[in-house]
Design a binder for this molecule. Structure first.
Ligand code: C2E
Ligand code: CA
Ligand code: CA
Ligand code: CA
Length: 287
């Protein structure tokens, strides 16, 4: 089981149960949880490294299980994708994020919050209603399309013709697309050509150890080289960058010097309930 200071995650599948039946049970439990409104969204600030301004928030789903407590998305998103439940769950995340972002924008204005970014699973892109759902979420909330960023993890599945058409439709609506976990996929570079992305998110694995002057292994050295190359490539292509998983000030300083203007990580702000962010915005406004 994962044990972390603040997270208090529980491992979902239990004991000696066979994986197949544990997965089936999880699938049923997810459906019940959606009906019972057990899913919550927490928001993690995305921050300008030079001055600490919050440029955006990433929406991250949480499952508050009545008996098991907080279940990590790493444990239930794969099951939700397998069972197709990611489609209604993702729709909930999309609609709620748009609603919350529109409320923040109305109260605090775009100087305090520029954009909001839910994660979207490739499975959702294959749902025939996806573009209409995004359109309706924007219309119903009043959130302008250019304030919405959809985070997509790069993968081979992003290539098909249908997905490509969907991504271009979203792009034409004014919605921005971010390539998540950038650098970990099999062919990040060729994907960039086929994909109307506005933002690349440098994966945390390249941020770990970025602060070291003398990386101690060839692999660590190579990771630093990737972090340098990604920001140069993004600049050349006119893409924004976000460096993920920043856990200390040394990393933030080093990334800023490498050319990363924006970052995200526990050092800059934990994922938090919306009320907490509302307090932060309010405190910054009256400063
Ligand atoms: P992700 O999209 O790469 O999100 C970043 C993850 O890194 C989040 O984990 C976040 O809490 C964590 N994180 C942020 N800063 C730090 C840091 O400084 N150090 C470390 N060690 N971790 C940090 P989380 O919330 O557990 O989510 C895990 C993954 O689950 C996400 O990775 C995303 O792929 C998926 N996920 C979460 N919410 C959703 C959702 O609504 N829909 C879909 N399809 N996937 C989601
Ligand atoms: Ca993400
Ligand atoms: Ca990521
Ligand atoms: Ca990830």
């Amino acid at each position: 089981a994962k044990q972390r200071g603040r997270g208090n995650w529980v491992r979902y599948a239990g004991g000696m149960e066979r994986p197949a039946s544990a997965h089936a049970r999880l699938g049923g439990d997810l459906r019940r949880a959606l009906d019972a409104a057990e899913f919550r969204i927490v928001y993690q600030p995305i921050v300008a490294l030079a001055d600490g301004r919050i440029t955006g928030v990433e929406a991250l789903v949480r499952w508050e299980h009545p008996e098991k407590g907080l279940v990590s998305p790493a444990d239930f998103i794969p099951a939700a994708e397998r069972t197709g439940l990611i489609v209604p769950l993702g729709r909930f995340v999309l609609r709620e994020t748009c609603r919350q972002a529109a409320a923040w924008l109305a109260e605090f204005g775009p100087d305090l919050l520029d954009k909001a970014a839910p994660n979207v699973s490739v499975r959702q892109l294959h749902d025939p209603d996806f573009v209409a759902d995004v359109d309706a979420a924007l219309a119903d909330s009043g959130l302008p399309a250019n304030r919405l960023v959809l985070e997509l993890t790069e993968s081979a599945v992003l290539r098909g013709q249908h997905v490509s058409r969907v991504l271009h439709e979203l792009h034409d609506m004014g919605v921005r697309l971010a390539l998540d976990d950038f650098g970990t996929g099999e062919s990040s570079l060729s994907l960039l050509r086929a994909f109307p992305a506005a933002i690349v998110k440098l994966d945390k694995s390249f941020v770990d150890g970025i602060e070291l002057d003398e990386p101690d292994t060839p692999a660590a050295h190579a990771r630093q080289a990737v972090a340098r190359a990604v920001v140069q490539l993004a600049d050349a292509l006119g893409l924004e960058t976000v460096a993920e998983g920043i856990e200390n000030q040394e990393q933030a300083d080093r990334l800023l010097r490498l050319g990363y203007a924006v970052g995200q990580g526990y050092h800059l702000g934990r994922p938090m309930p919306p009320e907490k962010l509302t307090e932060i915005f309010a405190a910054r406004r009256v400063r």
